[in-house]
Design a protein around this ligand. Structure first.
Ligand SMILES: NC(=O)c1ccc[n+]([C@@H]2O[C@H](COP(=O)([O-])OP(=O)(O)OC[C@H]3O[C@@H](n4cnc5c(N)ncnc54)[C@H](O)[C@@H]3O)[C@@H](O)[C@H]2O)c1
Ligand SMILES: O=C(O)C(=O)C[C@@H](O)[C@H](O)[C@H](O)COP(=O)(O)O
Ligand SMILES: [Zn+2]
Length: 366
């Protein structure tokens, strides 16, 4: 087992990673759920993996949440919160989030607000949630105005990453998670990017050693950034590489499954790299290398790759104006100086972004 500590004053916690991590951590999970607690599970995950969680928590009540991004909604937030209260979950108890990033973000937001905050245990079951969303304490739901616009920073007490769950994950979802793995290399660790060029295939075939290494490296990269800047006053925004464009693309997909978060991030990262090149900030070869790694895995890198989504530069910019990094109405983007060296670029000229996006809407699929 790998353990990655997340060091935060008064609320440090461990991320435990490995095949069989759930059984290995049973004692700690039970200790965190001694007070009245409940499980919030993705319904598909519950169907497939109820037995595994029941072996650790035989008696906890469960709330099943419909699979898919649409569950990060006011309606589900209300329904799940009311059920948690009806079940008597206490402040000293825990919400155990069992599923991917959708359930993690939703259950996390319920935990952040239930009786003004109860404990949270993350048991992530998708690659994306294992390398990203279960760590760092961002929780949120989507609103009519856009993605993750209502939420809270609420750190979990424990994250248990059992790679066994990935065995049943559909390939498309695995790839979506891989986009966030590539993100860590692109934003701050060129050696990890090189490593992915060599070993990414093994991660995607779920070979134990490269898979655990990729998850541990990703969690360690995220833990280091979060420990330095928990509430995104500065460098945490680097974790948003690809997301300003990506969230706008997701919004255009209406959260109906046509575009997954990780797919939006893959296209968004490729766009951020192309925009960096267009602005004369990054060598073209680095943007090509990023696009090649994503495409080799089978990820989209251009709007045209998502055939069913029709959009315009203006509509994308409108979504981008809702981004939480906007300051006094001006866009902030995460751009690249080169692979492994991202930076926070504030006060972006909207007309340059609009011109760039107009080009992007005409870029053919490869
Ligand atoms: N809080 C954060 O820091 C953070 C970071 C990244 C992403 N996110 C959020 O995470 C969400 C995306 O998460 P996701 O990619 O995990 O998607 P998800 O939670 O929708 O799960 C993807 C799909 O896989 C299914 N599934 C989950 N585990 C499975 C398993 N082991 N076997 C078979 N099927 C399984 C689910 O039913 C679902 O249909 C987005 O809402 C995104 O905004 C949050
Ligand atoms: O943890 C972070 O910080 C991230 O930005 C991680 C992202 O991968 C994630 O998608 C996050 O939810 C996006 O945050 P948001 O603040 O742009 O909603
Ligand atoms: Zn993300």
């Amino acid at each position: 087992m790998h353990t990655v500590p997340v060091a935060l004053p008064g609320k440090s916690y461990d991320v435990v990673i490995g095949r069989g991590a759930l059984g290995d951590q049973a004692g700690r999970i039970r200790a965190l759920t001694k007070n009245p607690s409940a499980i919030v599970a993705d319904e598909e995950v519950w169907k497939r993996h109820e037995k595994a969680l029941r072996a650790v928590l035989p008696d906890l009540p469960v709330i099943e949440v419909p699979s898919g991004e649409k569950s990060k909604s006011w309606a589900e937030f209300e329904r799940v919160s009311e059920l948690l209260l009806a079940m008597g979950v206490e402040r000293g108890g825990s919400v155990v989030a069992f599923g991917g990033g959708v359930v993690g973000d939703l259950a996390g937001f319920c935990a952040a607000t239930l009786r003004r905050g109860c404990k949270l245990v993350q048991v992530p079951t998708t690659l994306l949630s294992q390398v990203d969303s279960s760590v760092g304490g961002k929780t949120a739901i989507n609103t009519r105005a856009g993605k993750n616009l209502v939420g809270a920073f609420h750190q979990p007490s424990l994250v248990v990453i059992d790679t066994e769950f990935l065995g049943t994950l559909p390939r498309r979802e695995l790839l979506a998670g891989y986009a966030e793995v590539v993100k860590y290399g692109a934003l701050g660790d060129e050696a990890f990017f090189d490593w992915l060029e060599q070993h990414g295939g093994g991660v995607l075939t779920l070979d134990d050693a490269p898979l655990s290494e990729a998850i541990a490296k990703s969690c360690a990269a995220k833990a280091a950034i979060v420990a330095d800047d928990e509430k995104e006053a500065g460098k945490r925004a680097l974790l948003n590489l690809g997301h300003t464009f990506g969230h706008a693309i997701e919004a255009e997909g209406k959260y109906d499954g046509r575009i997954l978060h990780g797919e939006g991030v893959a296209i968004g990262m490729a766009m951020a790299a192309r925009f960096s090149v267009r602005e004369g900030l990054c060598p073209p070869g680095d943007a090509d290398r990023l696009e090649r790694l994503l495409r080799r895995a089978g990820l989209p890198t251009r709007l045209a790759d998502m055939g069913s989504i029709e959009t315009t530069a203006e509509r994308l910019v409108d979504h981008m104006k809702q981004d939480k990094k906007v300051e006094s109405g001006a866009l902030t983007l995460i751009l690249l100086r080169r692979l492994g060296d991202a930076f926070v670029a504030k006060d972006q000229d909207p007309s340059r972004v609009l011109d760039f996006l107009a080009e992007e809407t005409h870029l053919p699929a490869l």
